[in-house]
Ligand binder design. Structure first.
Ligand code: FAD
Length: 404
C-alpha cells in the first residue's frame, strides 16, 4: 500500500538533489515530482556547511565532468544569483606558491585552467600579489578572476521555493528507510508514509551508497566522511584578507588545502582541513558512529587508502587537534596571522567515494540501474556546478530512466 504515486522521486534535499528536482520541474512540468529529505529542512549537511565559493574550474583535469560542469556551472550560478537576488560577489582569488617546487605547478594550473576555457588567468610576482592581497606572501601567484562567493544555503532555499512554485513536492523529516523494486513501480518507505514512483534518483550525499544498497544495487564504492574544520578571523583582523587566498594544492589529494575565504557576509574564515571523520555526520571530534566506523573498516579499500595516505591522515589529525599546527599552515600564506587572531568556526563533512583499490574517486559519478539513478560522488565543486549537474543528471535520467 502506498500513500501516493509519483512519476519521479528524488532522495536528498541538498544542492544536488534540489538542482535535479529544479531541472525536472523546468523540463518536465507535468511530471509528479516528490523530493524526500530526512532532516527538517533542506541543506542541513554538505550544502549548508561549505565554504560558499563559486569555483572557477581551474583545478580539474581537462575533459573531466568536474572541469566541464564547473566552468559552465559557475557562470550559471552567478546568473542564477543575479536573477534571484541571492547575495554573491565575483571577487576573484589568488593561488599562492610559497615554495620553489610549487612555482612550476602554478604554471601547470594556469595551463589547465586555459585548457578548461578560463580567461584572464595571470601569473604575478610578489609585488603585484601585495597590491591584491597586501598581507599575503609568496614567490608567485595565479590570479583567477572568475572565482566568487555566495551562500549555498540561500541558493538551496531559492531552488526549493522554485520547485514548490512549479508544482513539485518537498517533504522534510522523511528519511527513505526502505526501497522496494516491484515489476512496474518502485516503492520508497519513509516515516511519513510509503510513496510509489516510476523513477528514483538517489542524491543522498553522505548516505548515497547506503541508499544504493537499499535499492538492491552494489554501489562498488564506500562513502568516506572527511570533516573540514574552520577557524574564524576575529573581526579586528578580518582586514588581513580582502578576498580569497589559496595555497597550491597537493595533486595527490582531492582537497585544496587550508585557505582564507572572505564570505559573502564579510566574515573571513580559515580552513577547511580534511580530517577522516569517525561518523558520516561527524561534525565534531567526539561524534563517533560504530555503524559508520565498522562499515569503513570492513571495506578493503579503506585499509588500502590507509596504507597509502597514513602520513597525511596523521598530519591532518595533528592540525585538527593543535591550533598551533593549524596556524603554522596558515602563516605560510599570511605570515602576520597568529593564534589569537583565530577563534573556532564551524565544520562540514565531505562525502567522498572510495574505490575498493583504495583510490579516492576523483570525478563526479552518476550510476544508472534500471529505473534508478545513483549519484555517488559529487564533491566540490558540486555546489558551484549544481544547476548544470542537475541538467546532466536529468539528461541521463531522460534516456536511461525514461523520464519524459
Ligand atoms: C567543508 C566543505 C567545503 C566545501 N566548499 C565548497 C565550495 O566552496 N564550493 C563548492 O562548489 N562546493 C563546496 N563543497 C562541496 C559541496 O558542498 C558539495 O559537493 C555539495 O553540497 C553536495 O551536495 P549534495 O546535495 O550531494 O549533498 P548534501 O548537501 O549532503 O545533501 C544530501 C542530502 O540527502 C539527505 N539524505 C541522506 N540520506 C537520506 C535519506 N535516507 N532519506 C532522505 N534524505 C536523505 C541529507 O539529509 C542531505 O540533506 C564543500 C563541501 C564541504 C563539506
Amino acid at each position: 500500500m502506498t500513500d501516493s504515486r509519483y512519476n519521479v522521486i528524488v532522495i536528498g534535499g541538498g544542492v544536488v538533489g534540489l538542482g535535479v528536482a529544479l531541472e525536472i520541474t523546468r523540463r518536465f512540468p507535468r511530471l509528479r515530482l516528490l523530493l524526500l529529505e530526512k532532516e527538517d529542512h533542506v541543506a542541513r549537511h554538505q550544502s549548508g556547511h561549505n565554504s560558499g565559493v563559486i569555483h572557477s574550474g581551474v583545478y580539474y583535469k581537462p575533459g573531466s565532468m568536474k572541469a566541464r560542469l564547473c566552468v559552465v556551472g559557475a557562470a550559471a550560478m552567478v546568473e542564477f544569483c543575479r536573477e534571484h537576488n541571492v547575495p554573491h560577489n565575483v571577487c576573484g582569488k589568488v593561488i599562492v606558491a610559497t615554495r620553489a617546487d610549487e612555482v612550476p605547478r602554478l604554471e601547470e594550473l594556469r595551463q589547465r585552467g586555459e585548457a578548461n576555457g578560463l580567461t584572464g588567468l595571470r601569473l604575478i610576482g610578489p609585488e603585484e600579489l601585495r597590491e591584491i592581497e597586501p598581507h599575503a606572501s609568496g614567490l608567485q601567484a595565479l590570479v583567477v578572476p572568475s572565482t566568487g562567493v555566495t551562500d549555498y544555503a540561500l541558493v538551496c532555499e531559492k531552488y526549493a521555493e522554485l520547485i514548490s512554485s512549479r508544482g513539485g513536492t518537498i517533504l522534510t523529516s522523511a528519511a527513505a528507510t526502505g526501497v522496494r523494486r516491484l515489476p512496474n513501480e518502485i516503492v520508497v518507505e519513509t516515516p511519513r508514509g510509503a510513496f510509489s514512483t516510476s523513477a528514483l534518483i538517489n542524491c543522498a550525499g553522505l548516505h548515497s551508497d547506503r541508499i544504493a544498497r537499499m535499492a538492491g544495487d552494489d554501489p562498488s564504492v564506500l562513502i568516506v566522511p572527511f570533516r573540514g574544520e574552520y577557524y574564524d578571523l576575529v573581526p579586528e583582523r578580518a582586514a588581513l584578507v580582502r578576498a580569497l587566498i589559496y595555497p597550491v594544492p597537493d595533486p595527490r589529494f582531492p582537497f585544496l588545502g587550508v585557505h582564507f575565504t572572505r564570505r559573502i557576509t564579510g566574515k573571513v574564515d580559515a580552513g577547511p582541513n580534511a580530517v577522516l571523520a569517525l561518523a558520516r555526520e561527524g561534525y565534531r571530534h567526539t561524534d563517533i558512529s560504530i555503524r559508520d566506523l565498522g562499515g569503513s573498516l570492513a571495506f578493503p579499500g579503506f585499509w588500502r587508502m590507509g596504507r597509502k595516505h597514513w602520513r597525511k591522515a596523521i598530519d591532518e589529525w595533528h592540525r585538527s587537534l593543535s591550533k598551533r599546527a593549524f596556524v603554522r599552515a596558515l602563516q605560510v600564506l599570511l605570515p602576520e596571522i597568529c593564534e589569537k587572531d583565530l577563534i573556532p568556526g564551524g565544520s562540514g563533512v565531505r562525502a567522498q567515494a572510495l574505490k575498493p583499490d583504495g583510490a579516492l574517486v576523483d570525478d563526479f559519478q552518476f550510476v544508472p540501474s534500471g529505473k534508478v539513478l545513483h549519484v555517488l560522488n559529487v564533491p566540490s565543486p558540486a555546489a558551484t556546478a549544481s544547476l548544470v549537474i542537475g541538467k546532466a543528471i536529468v539528461d541521463t535520467a531522460a534516456s536511461d530512466l525514461g523520464l519524459s
